[in-house]
Design a protein around this ligand. Structure first.
Ligand code: C2E
Ligand code: CA
Ligand code: CA
Ligand code: CA
Length: 279
């Protein structure tokens, strides 16, 4: 590309510069995002199949940046993870989700739980257990109202260390959910040792689910495995009535997906009212 002449070279260099520059800008702005109140949680319901009650909601992070617009996690999570910013951001998420869950509890939703996603960097950070304990105490929230979602690959990054932290979290009384199940490489022996209460079947198996295809057989096997280990089974990414019907028939007890409810701010969720933070 360098020999393409002056203009071609400059064009190439210019693109590279803007990309690096944009990443640096993003990182700088993300650093400010917490105290500038630019981070927002949306919540997506988990419902008991087929049209049963809502058992809980998953908190999904959004960044409302005045400069970069409305960003979903794919745009800033990798940066947050590589820079370490995911630790303070993740602490904010845990605290904010507990605050909102307490507000729902006080509105009479005493049987709901709120689920928070954790990155590997958070799981490996020494303060995590204390952060969770403090957030629960500060909001006077019983630990049974908090679920921590950890992907199979996150847990496997340092399997023994993860097990230790997850056991400590479990001892606090919070629930552990294995997210994106079926996409990682955990052994059955490891899975058996994990103090997990919930198993979420990865959306990849749901997308092309049809009666009699491979995905149906795999889902059947995951459900049987999860039930043997005493776990609640959640299917994520349910988009069609056909998927919902088949999953229900296969014995999957909790469903999540656009068909049942898209992620939304707390104040627009049906049957809820948000309570904004005191500031
Ligand atoms: P995830 O935990 O697997 O969350 C599910 C993702 O699928 C969400 O994307 C959700 O909006 C989307 N989704 C839900 N139902 C459907 C459906 O029916 N069809 C389709 N096509 N998509 C559906 P989102 O919110 O963009 O989050 C992406 C990922 O970012 C999450 O995947 C999670 O791994 C991560 N994430 C989100 N919030 C946090 C957070 O607070 N902390 C950390 N560490 N990670 C987070
Ligand atoms: Ca999740
Ligand atoms: Ca997932
Ligand atoms: Ca995922």
């Amino acid at each position: 590309a360098k020999k393409q002449g002056r203009n071609g070279y400059r064009f190439f260099e210019h693109n590279m510069n803007t990309d690096v520059h944009l990443q640096m800008q993003l990182q700088q702005d993300l650093r400010q995002a917490i105290h500038r109140n630019e981070l927002v949680l949306h919540y997506q319901p988990k419902l008991v199949a087929p049209d049963g009650p809502m058992t809980g909601l998953e908190a999904l992070l959004r960044w409302q940046s005045p400069k970069h617009g409305w960003l979903t996690p794919d745009r800033f999570l990798p940066l947050a993870e590589s820079s370490g910013l995911i630790v303070p951001i993740g602490n904010w998420v845990i605290n904010e989700a507990c605050r909102q869950m307490k507000a729902w509890y006080q509105q009479g939703h005493c049987d709901w739980s709120v689920a928070v996603n954790l990155s590997a960097v958070q799981l490996e950070h020494a303060s995590l257990v204390e952060v969770v304990r403090t957030a629960l105490a500060q909001h006077e929230l019983a630990p049974s109202h908090l679920v921590l979602e950890i992907t199979e690959s996150t847990a496997m990054r340092d399997a023994e260390a993860s097990l230790k932290v997850l056991n400590q979290l479990s001892a606090l009384g919070v629930s552990i959910s294995i997210d994106d199940f079926g996409t990682g490489y955990s052994s059955l022996l490891y899975l058996k040792r994990l103090p997990a209460n919930e198993l979420k079947i990865d959306r990849g198996f749901i997308t092309e689910l049809a009666q009699g295809n491979d995905d149906e057989a795999i889902i059947q096997a995951i459900i049987a495995l999860g039930k043997t280990l005493g776990m609640k089974i959640v299917a994520e990414g349910v988009e069609t009535p056909e998927q919902q019907e088949l999953l229900t028939r296969l014995g999957c007890n909790t469903l999540q997906g656009y068909l049942l409810g898209k992620p939304a701010p707390a104040d627009v969720l049906p049957g809820t009212t948000a309570q904004s933070s005191p500031d």
